[in-house]
Design a protein around this ligand. Structure first.
Ligand code: NAD
Ligand code: ZN
Length: 373
């Protein structure tokens, strides 16, 4: 199985001298903005045979949000668990199911949830208009036809999946995103009230994904004014949210915008050591993205001294106790696998440590860090 950098394009095309990447063309922000969804979707509805398909995190099943969905008779709601990361087989199953039920393509796909549901919505929207299986499109710029209209509605803040050009999928052979100009959402609805029910630990882990995006982008050798401007803003917002005593509503607003800006920052730079090593954990042990980043980042004071000090201050303030002993039973060959996966993410190391990164980092150093987790 192959693991490649999940969040940032590393293709030759986007590694051309200047990246020319698409942005989300329409976004609406504000508490209660979800209730404008009906109005937003109306002009996109083709006819009664072309419904809107809602892919919704099953945590909302039976809750009040569902009664607020602007639902026309043929529209369909599909509840999906976010307990596992999205898989290519799951995308194909959803796509086949939708195709078999309707005589024409749906008017659109609306994803409601965290990074997991947002990634599924992007992938299904692409696959409905492209032949073959989703695993054929894992990589860079392999998608031939535009995705159908797709809308992203985050219900937890941090990953930046709402702005990114990728959708991360676990396939039979590799864990890799569908990175393409057709991947970004056509419309994003940022309603901070939708994040109200998030459990505290999850709020911390997914929010720290954003914080770590900022630290890795701002301390990387790929930094430029574009990334810096977004990264600094996102970092400032994360500090306010996690270190000050904001009103809950203010904190929700600010974390949602931090996620957006953090995603924009890495779109034009790169992540670094924590993400590289977190992919090793995820590959071998299935550790989820947000918590995996935290587990690694807490031990990276050598590379990100200020960021790690801030991280510990935030963790203490919110009384988050990270699990311990995750790697305690691993064999030498397990460590070798994680180290191989981590070191294969070359652009992340180059961003973090410069062109000479191979002389700075070593398998022994990585092993010593993994052993602390
Ligand atoms: P998630 O979607 O995995 O959800 C985490 C948990 O929070 C789930 O249990 C979910 O049910 C719950 N949840 C979400 N919203 C809730 C709410 N309002 N109330 C109560 N519970 C709620 O979380 P995530 O951290 O946003 O996403 C992680 C995924 O995102 C990973 O699969 C990762 O690979 C992917 N990712 C994608 C990108 C990208 O650019 N495409 C970037 C980073 C991460
Ligand atoms: Zn991340």
């Amino acid at each position: 199985m192959e693991i490649r950098n999940k969040e940032v394009d590393t293709s030759t095309k986007v590694n051309a001298k200047f990246r020319n990447f698409p942005m989300v063309p329409r976004v609406i922000f504000g508490k209660g903005s979800f209730d404008q969804l009906g109005e937003i979707l109306l002009p996109k509805r083709k006819n009664s045979e072309a419904p809107m398909i809602y892919l919704i995190d099953d945590v909302f099943e039976g809750g009040s949000l569902i009664s607020r969905i602007p639902r026309f008779p043929n529209d369909q709601i599909i509840f999906i668990s976010a307990d596992e990361e999205p898989k290519t087989a799951q995308v194909d199953f959803l796509t086949d199911g939708i195709r078999s039920q309707f005589s024409q393509l749906p008017s659109g796909i609306v994803g409601i949830g965290g990074g997991t549901l947002l990634d599924l919505a992007k992938a299904v929207a692409i696959m409905l208009n492209n032949e073959g299986r989703s695993q054929d499109y894992q990589g860079w710029d392999l998608v031939k036809q535009p995705a159908i209209y797709h809308v992203g509605i985050p219900t937890i803040s941090g990953t930046g999946a709402e702005v990114s050009r990728t959708t991360v999928l676990l396939g039979p052979e590799k864990k890799l995103g569908i990175n393409s100009d057709f991947t970004p959402f056509d419309q994003v609805v940022l309603d901070p009230d939708l994040t109200k029910g998030v459990a505290k630990d999850q709020w911390f882990y997914t929010g720290m994904d954003c914080f770590i995006h900022c630290v890795e982008s701002l301390n990387g050798t790929f930094l430029n004014a574009f990334s810096q401007s977004y990264g600094e803003k996102a970092l400032e917002l994360c500090k306010e949210v996690y270190l000050e005593d904001l009103e809950d509503a203010d904190a929700r607003d600010k974390l949602m915008m931090a996620s957006w800006h953090g995603g924009m920052s890495i779109a034009y730079s790169q992540v670094g050591v924590a993400h590289a090593m977190s992919y090793g954990l995820s590959y071998l042990l299935g550790v989820r993205h947000g918590i995996g980043n935290c587990l690694v980042f807490q031990h990276l004071e050598e590379y990100y001294p200020e960021g790690v000090a801030l991280f510990h201050a935030m963790r203490k303030k919110h009384q988050i106790n990270l699990p311990k002993g995750i790697c305690s039973d691993l064999t030498d060959s397990d460590y070798d696998i994680m180290i191989r996966v981590a070191l294969s993410l070359e652009p992340l190391w180059e961003n973090a440590l410069g062109k000479e990164w191979r002389s700075i980092i070593s398998p022994e150093k990585l092993k010593a860090i993994y052993q602390k987790i």
